[in-house]
Design a binder for this molecule. Structure first.
Ligand SMILES: [Zn+2]
Length: 486
């Protein structure tokens, strides 16, 4: 038997207007290379970093939302290493005295169960730039083939690094923990959580213990994972690789690996460096950061209701199943829309069905958010009313709903314009069935010979003739009557 031990280090980009230590813009995604830079963030001699206020506020908010104890005094340090995208030759971080410690999150693992994952520390640090490896087919300015370019736009962008304890016991739980941290940071507005734009990424540490003999493998780190799916896949792959090595009596090398998209495996990046390799020492250009009690209180007041509390409240106050509550709450805007609509209709489960089913599907197809759509709560109120009065059938309701989302028209207006009122005129249904019987006498014979499933053919024919406006139950009973009588 093998037991998995996983810890995560999550890097989240803070949504500040400026970089951590200069006044360059922090939102540089899509900008031309090396345009959002200045002497400070490119580390030119004689420049002095100045800590931005928003960087402090957003990182303190993150710490509070993750139930951490915020240190009264925290300090900045230099993490030294050489890399072309790091012009200073060091990264400013908080090593010896981090901003906050000893937090936790409660991760929902399904069936109402929560798993308690401790957070070791949260610290502030700056991001590095980016190297762009040109293919061999490109020609550089000097006429050479290929080469590497450097983009320093990301240098100095403020990050919080969130380090969990190794409390995670499966790849799925690692994914859920990462999602849950992303949701929390998005809720409190400190990070967009946009992984495609590099606003959130994660390193995962994994080791495996053989429970029979107590032997533990070395720890392997998978670096720079930028998708929830990949964190799960990379850890699954590592678990298999490590347990196989242990079974074969081979040593698991302590190293840093990376998820390779093409081969769907992890590959060696480098042998794991020791912390001492970075020669950390205090950053002499930045004074210690002091967080007073009154400042903490002020920031606490800015914290909105957090996702976990909201899920509990949705289950309690609206009697929603956990799954509905989790889906609604995972999108703050959607959960707000849900509450607004329920205020008017008082029918939470039906509203939730429309939002978590049809709405999310349409939004996904059109790659938009609920706020970008044309849907307003009144549309759903109107739609439910039309269904209650049996003015429209459920299939027509679905069609109308999609138009509300796209065009913002009132359902009753769409019904009026297009004449979509439900056909409960039995005569019209009857004539549709008689026509179908005439068109397909074989089906009639089959039904009369006892093949009752053929009934659905006649219901379908009615729905086609009435363009989905007939009530299928009525169509069924009329068809049965005609087929059995005549
Ligand atoms: Zn700058």
């Amino acid at each position: 038997m093998f037991k998995t031990v996983i810890g995560l280090e999550i890097h989240a980009q803070l949504s500040t207007p400026t970089k951590a230590f200069c006044s360059c813009p922090a939102d540089t995604f899509g900008d031309t290379e090396n345009t959002a830079i200045c002497p400070v963030c490119t580390g030119q001699p004689g420049t002095i970093p100045v800590l931005g206020e928003e960087t402090v506020r957003l990182s303190v908010m993150s710490a509070l939302a993750l139930n951490c104890q915020v240190s009264e005094i925290s300090c900045f340090d230099r993490k030294n290493y050489f890399y072309p995208d790091l012009p200073k030759g060091y990264q400013i971080t908080q090593y010896f005295r981090p901003l906050a410690r000893n937090g936790f999150i409660e991760v929902r693992v399904g069936n109402g169960r929560k798993s308690h994952i401790r957070i070791n520390r949260i610290h502030i640090e700056e991001d590095a730039g980016k190297t762009i490896h040109e293919g061999a087919s490109s020609i550089s300015a000097s006429g050479k083939q290929g080469g590497t370019l450097v983009d320093l736009n990301r240098c100095g962008i403020p990050l919080v690094e969130i380090v969990t304890e190794p409390d995670i016991t499966s790849s799925r739980e690692a994914r859920l923990a990462m999602e849950s941290i992303r949701d929390i940071l998005r809720y409190i507005g400190v990070c967009t959580g946009d992984m495609e734009k590099g606003a959130l990424r994660c390193d995962a540490n994994i080791s495996v213990i053989n429970t029979r003999n107590g032997q533990s493998s070395n720890r392997v780190e998978v670096k720079n994972i930028n998708s929830f799916r990949f964190v799960e896949k990379a850890l699954d792959y590592e678990y298999k690789r490590i347990t196989q090595a242990m079974k074969d009596g081979k040593e698991v090398v302590k190293e840093t690996r990376t998820w390779d998209l093409a081969s769907k495996t992890t590959i060696t990046m480098r042998k794991k460096e020791e912390e001492s390799d970075y020669r950390y020492f205090p950053e002499p250009d930045l004074p210690p950061l002091r967080i007073t009690g009154s400042y903490l209180e002020e920031v606490k007041k800015m914290l909105p209701e957090l996702p976990d509390e909201k899920i509990d409240r949705f289950m309690r106050d609206y009697a929603l199943p956990e799954h509905d509550a989790v889906v609604l709450v995972s999108d703050k805007e959607l959960s707000g829309f849900f509450e607004e609509t329920v205020k008017v209709t008082q029918r939470p489960k039906e509203v939730s069905n429309w939002l978590t089913g049809d709405l999310l599907r349409i939004l996904k197809e059109r790659d938009m958010t609920v706020g970008q759509s044309e849907l307003v709560p009144d549309h759903i109120v109107d739609l439910l009313r039309l269904l209650d009065s049996r003015t429209i059938s459920i299939s027509v309701a679905k069609e109308i709903f999609s138009e509300c989302v796209r065009l913002g028209k009132m359902p009753s207006n769409i019904v009026e314009e297009k004449g979509l009122q439900q056909v409960d005129d039995e005569e019209e249904i009857e004539s549709a069935i008689r026509q179908a019987m005439k068109d397909n006498p074989k089906a009639v014979d089959q039904y009369r010979a006892g093949k009752k499933a053929v009934l659905s053919y006649f219901i379908g024919a009615v729905m086609r003739r009435t363009k989905g406006r007939a009530d299928p139950a009525v169509a069924g009973s009329v068809a049965r009557r005609l087929l059995e009588d005549d």
